[in-house]
Structure formats: C-alpha cells, structure tokens
Write a protein that binds this ligand. Structure first.
Ligand SMILES: C[S@@+](CC[C@H](N)C(=O)[O-])C[C@H]1O[C@@H](n2cnc3c(N)ncnc32)[C@H](O)[C@@H]1O
Length: 206
C-alpha cells in the first residue's frame, strides 16, 4: 500500500484502530527511563500518546497525512512531534533515539535489508528496539484466513516479522523478548484477523 492507499483507508471511516495503546507496549515498556522515542507508522497515535503520557519525547512518523490529522485530533500531546514522512525512503539518523518502536509497521523485505537495519541503527547505545508484528504462521492462516487474503497484490509474508529483526542485531545487543503472544482483540481492531502477535524487545548495550 502506498501513501494514497493509506490515506484512502483512513478517510474511509471515522476510526481505523481502537485508540487503545498496543497491548505488548503496555506490557513491556514500563520499566524504561523515558527519553526520546520514534514511533514508526504511528497511525492514529494511541501508542505515541501512551508513551508521551509516561514522559517520552516522541517523534511519531506516518506516511499518511490523514492518519496524522486524526492522531493530532485524538491523541495530541506537547511531547509528540507528528511527522509526515517515509522513513523507509528517508531513514532516521543513527543512534538518534532511546526507543525505536514499530507496531504492525509494513516493512517489505528487500535485498540488503537496508531499511530494517537503519531502524536498528537508529537506537542509541543503552536504548531499546521494540517491534510488534502479526503472527501469520500456517495454522493461523488456515484457521482464520486473513483480511487481506483476497487482495492478490498483498502477501503478508513479504513483510519482516519482529523475529527477523533479531538477525540484524550485532554483539552489542541483548534480546530480552522474542516471542509470540495472544493479541488483545478490541471491539474495533481494524478488521485484522490475526490472533497472536510476535514481539521483539532488545537493548543496545554499547
Ligand atoms: C498497520 S498500520 C499500524 C498503525 C499503528 N502503528 C497501530 O498499531 O495502530 C501501519 C501504519 O504505517 C503507515 N505506513 C505504511 N507505510 C509507511 C511508510 N513507508 N512510512 C511511514 N508510514 C507508513 C500507515 O499509514 C499506517 O498508519
């Protein structure tokens, strides 16, 4: 999906996501000293808001100006900078953030993995990489199908999972969490059919 597709998705309805913070984020990112955070693909902004409420200074990036307009309306906070950008094309600076957080960010696999590595490199020494993605393992796909399965242009398996980010971490990283866990199903869950999340939490030591 490109920028126009995402804009169309956000403008087609009053609310795409639940406006609850991500369940895994709430479960994991409570013991960190707040600093600077990058929320990649922030959507309607619930996660950025949750972080800002806990003292983080958040750069919340999305390719969709419609998403950002809604995020500002629903979740604005003085510590959030809403940013219309494509960090796949224009990667963040190395070591720029104490937390780089991605929730269901659709990052297409690409030779060399440059964009994925740039998100890893954007974490400062002492900082945290936190990636949540859909668990799309065979059983789940067979039992529940997938909301996008009828779209022949979209194959969810073309996108990096949180687990795959572990391969981009050097010896100066420690993986604290790399697991699959049940996803919280909200009344409004954006139509996504997956039932489990995969979660990676890693600390950059030096
Ligand atoms: C599946 S949604 C997840 C939104 C939010 N993180 C959440 O969990 O509710 C993916 C988001 O990434 C944004 N996005 C997709 N590709 C992007 C890109 N290349 N650069 C920035 N944002 C992008 C979309 O506009 C959308 O808001």
């Amino acid at each position: 999906m490109n920028e126009a597709d995402w804009d169309a998705r956000y403008t087609s309805t009053d609310r795409v996501w639940s406006n609850n913070p991500n369940h895994a984020l709430e479960g994991e990112i409570t013991d960190l000293t707040p600093g600077t955070a990058l929320d990649v693909g922030c959507g309607e902004g619930a996660d950025a808001r949750w972080l800002a409420d806990r003292g983080w200074k958040v750069t919340a990036i999305d390719i969709s100006s419609a998403a950002l307009a809604r995020a500002k309306e629903l979740n604005d906070h003085p510590s959030i900078t809403w940013t219309h950008a494509d960090p796949v094309q224009n990667p963040p600076e190395p070591s720029a953030f104490d937390l780089v957080s991605m929730h269901y960010f659709p990052l297409l696999r690409a030779p060399g993995d440059d964009a994925a590595r740039a998100f890893v490199d954007a974490v400062a020494p002492g900082g945290t990489l936190f990636v949540v993605s859909h668990d799309l393992t065979g059983d789940h796909m067979k039992k529940h199908g997938h909301s996008h399965s009828e779209n022949r242009d979209f194959n969810p398996l073309d996108y990096y999972t949180s687990h795959e980010f572990a391969a981009f971490l050097g010896d100066n990283w420690k993986v604290l969490v790399d697991r699959t866990q049940p996803r919280r199903i909200d009344a409004s869950s954006g139509g996504a059919a997956h039932i489990n999340d995969t979660v990676l939490r890693a600390t950059r030591i030096t």
